[in-house]
Design a protein around this ligand. Sequence first.
Ligand code: SF4
Length: 344
Amino acid sequence: MLRLLEMTYADLTEVFAERFGKGPFLAGALYREFYKQLNPQAWQAAAIARSPGLPARLRQALAFEPGDVVDDVQQEGVVKFVTALKDGHCIESVFLPMESHGTICVSSQAGCRMGCRFCETARLGLVRQLSVEEIVGQVYDARRRFGTRVRNVVFMGMGEPFDNFDAVIAAVRVLSDQRGLDIAQRYITISTAGRIDGIEKLAGLDMPHLKLAVSLNAPNDDLRSQLMPINRTAPLDRLQRALMAYPLKKGYAIMIGYVLMPGVNDGVACARQLARWLIPLSAKVNLIPFNPGTASPYPTPTEEELDTFRQRLIDLGVNVQKRAPRGRDLMAACGQLGNAATMV
Ligand code: SF4
């Protein structure tokens, strides 16, 4: 079967010539109908209809199985989607509208094996990898609902993207195809819990505009190993070295995610250790208030606690931004996806 959600335009022209004996004009018509008109039944394109027998052959050959959105909840403009995949497993994605554009936060796996202590998804364990079609399908669906406002894509939903490296990179290539959804790679961010081999692999791909984020959450090995088991095999000094070696484009910064949990990682010593760890890096800290999960062992910071930690970092010369906790009540905020991801 041909899955357009897994194909760049170049892939399609090759297949079109080999399998249908047709040239780039008709391949382009099909691709445009699918990605610009957002019509999954792209064989209905006018140019295709004029080619005898082709619509019927394409109708048989094309598969479209990104899953079905079975639930969506909205709050403060933030929309959380639950998509049932064809085998019944569910994944979640979140759309966050901004003034001039919007960001879709996508999942790369159903569940996750990383076991981060503060994360809802971790409680599921790894259910399975998502296919390229299931990843791109989340953005395709968002485009159909929200149009070209969907400009940014962040791999910060369910799953560790580098655990599904090949599918994630293939999805990035499809998403950024100018003849398709045309989401520039500078608007796509891959966030890792700290898989050093993944960072190194990405560094070797020559995708300089793609943004890299690291979910750090603790500034010393003792605490980070408690919160994020990956730190036991990929400790902070090795992570720092991998980030120092990462070929960052001029003017770019690595986004360091820091979920603030009062009494856990918000002390003066933590701020100092974090600032010290960041010194050799071109990085920006994204300070995220911890959001209470269904069985959360950690408290949520007050605005004052957030501002205090942020100011500590600023005083230490750290480039830091604070993220508003929109979508908290939807369980759509950071570390919150996964509570609905069960079999349907
Ligand atoms: S925070 Fe990310 S890497 Fe950690 S368990 Fe959750 S989804 Fe996986």
